[in-house]
Write a protein that binds this ligand. Structure first.
Ligand code: ATP
Length: 383
């Protein structure tokens, strides 16, 4: 069941404007990508249901969601590798429905790079141009420009197997960009790289994307990557769009319990409204909210709190929850703490490392919630 957020913090989608660093002339007369009510089913099973969103010219949009939610199907629909059953896909105002894949002016980069192993870096980058029968001299100029763009000028004659993973990924991006596409589609482009290299390649990609102002859709499993690279996130669940917005809006104002738990960690507290401004949690713990909710007494809900919105207080302090300190691990200058409520609910808190004397494992503490930052959703089905 889709559970919409039911709080005064309505999750209104705010769309970030295209990066100012991209020159206006690059974006002039371009309308970006427009996906409208796209649906598709495989053997009668829906993979996409009424998916709609826009990618402004020059913007990066990340498609995020659990495995099987329809991300790749949508990307293939945009690329023309699959014709969706219903809906409209427009690129810079042009309806792509009857345009075959090779006529769509779209570059693609996949996780495994799919470079031709027997062709050199330069030949890989020039491949699409050769297919378009571009004169050799022009291909050479364009390939040199691409090599410069991805900072691989001295690697032109190498074979893919003679490159690192990060370098191969840059060749794949250069090859996709060489044909001067109107849009770029990336399917888990950095997935095969280790963490350090991934951050470096992401930075490179952002620089390149900003310079070129190319309209980009990226599929990723990695919410951190999506938040780093994208102007706008589209969170999908079971073939539908759950929420669209900037990374900050989705993190701070998740419209559903699903989005709340998908982007970052969400501690969940089952609760019953006792009066307009207080809740009773499991194990009969009462919490005064300091403001009135619009729910009637007896209403059951799920309250969520991010780990950074919890802090530790002496046991029994006013308006704190009783909790047991289980263990703590350093996370940079913060401390990641595992706690447990009396009825056994696990809770994660992120607190300052220099909090003072650290409770010993198993000891009883008070758990304080930043009640301005919590969210409320209808109760989960199992409640
Ligand atoms: P992942 O993150 O695992 O790559 P995804 O979000 O990209 O997943 P899709 O590959 O788009 O998901 O798949 C969406 C749904 O459509 C899944 O239930 C999948 O099993 C189904 N599906 C995808 N391609 C086909 C196909 N060619 N034939 C039948 N079903 C398919």
């Amino acid at each position: 069941m889709v559970q919409r957020q039911i709080t005064e913090n309505e999750g209104t989608a705010i769309e970030t404007s295209t990066n100012e660093a991209t020159s206006a002339s690059v974006l002039a007369n371009r309308e970006g990508l427009n996906i409208k009510k796209v649906s598709h089913a495989f053997n009668g099973v829906a993979a996409l249901q009424d998916v709609s969103f826009e990618v402004e010219a020059g913007q990066v949009v990340a498609l995020l969601g659990p495995s099987g939610c329809g991300k790749s199907t949508l990307l293939r629909g945009i690329a023309g590798l699959l014709i969706p059953d219903r809906g409209e896909i427009k690129l810079d105002g042009r309806d792509l429905r009857r345009v075959p894949a090779r006529g769509r002016s779209i570059g693609m980069v996949f996780q495994n790079y799919a470079l031709f192993p027997h062709l050199t870096v330069a030949e890989n980058i020039g491949y699409g141009l050769a297919c378009r029968r571009m004169p050799r001299a022009k291909i050479a100029t364009q390939v040199a420009e691409m090599l410069r763009l991805v900072r691989l000028e001295s690697f032109a004659k190498r074979l893919p197997r003679e490159l690192s993973g990060g370098q191969q990924q840059r060749v794949a991006v250069a090859r996709a960009l060489a044909v001067n596409p109107s849009a770029l589609l990336l399917d888990e482009p950095f997935g095969a790289l280790d963490r350090g290299l991934r951050a470096q390649v992401q930075d490179e990609f952002i620089r390149l994307q900003r310079n070129l102002g190319i309209t980009t859709v990226m599929v990723t499993h990695d919410q951190e990557e999506a938040q780093t690279v994208a102007d706008k996130l589209v969170v999908m669940n079971a073939g539908r769009v759950e929420q669209i917005g900037s990374p900050e809006v989705l993190y701070d104002q998740p419209a559903s319990l699903f989005v709340n738990g998908f982007l970052g960690h969400a501690n969940k507290f089952k609760a019953t409204v006792t009066n307009p401004s207080s809740l009773r949690l499991a194990a009969d713990q009462e919490l005064q909210l300091g403001r009135e909710l619009s729910f009637r007494p007896g209403y059951q809900l799920t309250m969520t709190a991010r780990p950074e919105h919890l802090s530790i207080a002496p046991k029994g302090e006013k308006n704190t929850l009783d909790a047991r300190w289980i263990r703590a691990a350093p996370l940079g200058h913060m401390l990641s703490v595992d706690l447990e409520l009396p009825e056994g609910t696990p809770v994660k808190a992120l607190i300052e490392r220099n909090m003072g004397p650290r409770p010993s494992p198993g000891s009883e503490v008070g758990l304080r919630l930043d009640l301005n930052s919590v969210h409320f959703y209808p109760k989960e089905n199992d409640q």
